[in-house]
Design a protein around this ligand. Structure first.
Ligand code: SF4
Length: 433
């Protein structure tokens, strides 16, 4: 009988892809299959996130629960960013854990599995040229890593300490992967990296020079690829050539993530983001000028140390001016190993909560206005998922979720849809062609 794995993935799209890589390695080299439940699994993996504090606290209570529920002899492995940052402390605090595998070491999964109490958390480990086995969570969309690590040193962020220095994955590997995925039904390619538009800054070994704009062009030349998305680009590297390619290349979906973090130039400086409020607005306006229907999403941190009322008003001002379709907003949470943790002027929790509430309430009002604008309009929707009640779900190029009546034969296809109902969370449409 084959061995079974159970995996829980927290955090960002990079973690989702790391989980896919581990599953591919486990099934290719060890014959593992997915378990229906945790109780049935021979191997339980928790792929963790440490960008905020909450998931780290949750990890230890979860390990406790999983060890009670697991079957006798089943192993527990803790992987991902928290594994990188806490290392062997995890096994000391939770002896039921069998191994710890860092976010930059996922290619070693089938090796650590057989080494009792192994701790592999080397953030200098270079797996940029490692050809992982194939596994995709979705048949219709392929996540492809284009770089590992991050060279920025944003003062609030733990990622450079958990994923290490940035190394670009050679373009030939990315293109091979994209070609294979598109030929086997994933017509949407999702390029992933902490800082995608810094692509090509550093390769391991000799590789032809290529930047992110060139990479986008190369992926779009693969005939079977219909749609390209990417995350996360950094506002600092949004030069004209990149924005022009984004605007004119019909295969690139017209949704852009522009992580603002703060609208105050003073706070952006303290965050070490490398751009000003004016630069951010200039890039967002240039983008809207070139692609009027573009959907822009963002990340915002409120209550960063030293944030005064006027700094927060600058953030609100950018929200008003850019009208983001999606805002991932958070209260600042001090992370280990980050300079901002030691900054003076930590903002009281209740002030942070009030500011967060204001961002979210104003954004909800804006979403209500935006959803009205969608009613009755036609969009190209790429369908990816079957839903209960004879429905299918997909996304417009500008990343709005749309449900429509339909069945399996719509999956992996793009159809023209008229929007007949909208809410903040998505729309319902009727297929017109
Ligand atoms: S760009 Fe900044 S926020 Fe993003 S992963 Fe790198 S250090 Fe963290």
């Amino acid at each position: 009988m084959s061995k079974k794995y159970y995996i829980e993935t927290l955090g960002c799209a990079m973690n989702v892809r790391d989980s896919e890589h581990m599953i591919a390695e486990l099934s290719l080299k060890e014959g593992y299959e997915a378990a229906e439940s945790l109780e049935e699994a021979d191997l339980i993996l928790i792929n963790t996130c440490s960008v905020r504090e909450k998931p780290v606290h949750k990890l230890f209570s979860e390990i406790g629960q999983f060890s009670k529920r697991k079957k006798a002899g089943a192993k527990i492995g803790v992987c991902g960013c928290t594994a990188s940052h806490l290392g062997e402390e995890i096994i000391k605090r939770a002896p039921s854990v069998d191994f710890v595998l860092g976010a930059r070491n996922v290619s070693k999964i089938t090796e650590v599995l057989h080494r009792p109490k192994a701790v592999e958390v080397d953030i200098d480990y270079d797996e940029s040229s490692y050809a992982f086995g194939e596994f995709r969570t979705s048949l219709y969309k392929a996540f492809i890593n284009i770089s590992i690590g991050c060279d920025k040193q944003c003062s609030f962020c733990i990622v450079p300490h958990t994923r290490g220095e940035e190394i670009s994955i050679p373009a030939e590997l990315i293109l091979q992967e994209a070609q294979k995925a598109a030929r086997t039904g994933a017509k949407e390619i999702f390029l992933l990296g902490q800082n995608v538009n810094n692509y090509g800054r550093r390769f391991s070994g000799e590789h032809p020079k290529m930047d992110f704009t060139d990479l986008l062009k190369a992926v779009s030349e693969i005939e079977e690829v219909e749609r390209i998305r990417f995350t996360s680009p950094h506002p600092l590297h949004m030069d004209d050539a990149f924005l022009e390619e984004f605007a004119k290349n019909p295969k690139i979906c017209k949704s852009m993530h522009m992580p603002l973090q703060s609208g105050s130039t003073r706070i952006l400086k303290a965050m070490k983001r490398g751009y000003s409020k004016e630069w951010f607005l200039d890039r967002a306006f240039r983008l809207r000028e070139m692609v009027p229907d573009v959907s822009i999403s963002t990340d915002i941190i409120v209550g960063f140390p030293g944030e005064r009322d006027e700094d927060f008003e600058d953030t609100m001002d950018v929200i008003e001016q850019v009208r983001f379709e999606q805002i991932f907003s958070f209260k600042y949470s001090p992370r280990p190993m980050t300079p901002a943790r030691e900054y003076e002027g930590q903002v009281p929790d209740e002030v942070g909560s009030k500011r967060l509430k204001r961002v979210q309430e104003r954004h909800n009002e804006m979403l209500d206005e935006m959803k009205e604008e969608r009613l009755g309009r036609l969009y190209e929707v790429y369908f990816e998922e079957l839903k209960p009640g004879g429905m299918v779900a997909g996304r417009t190029g500008n990343n709005w979720l749309v449900h429509a009546r339909g069945s399996e034969e719509l999956l992996g296809r793009t159809a023209r849809v008229k929007i007949v109902e909208t809410s903040r969370l998505g729309s319902v449409g009727e297929i017109v062609a």
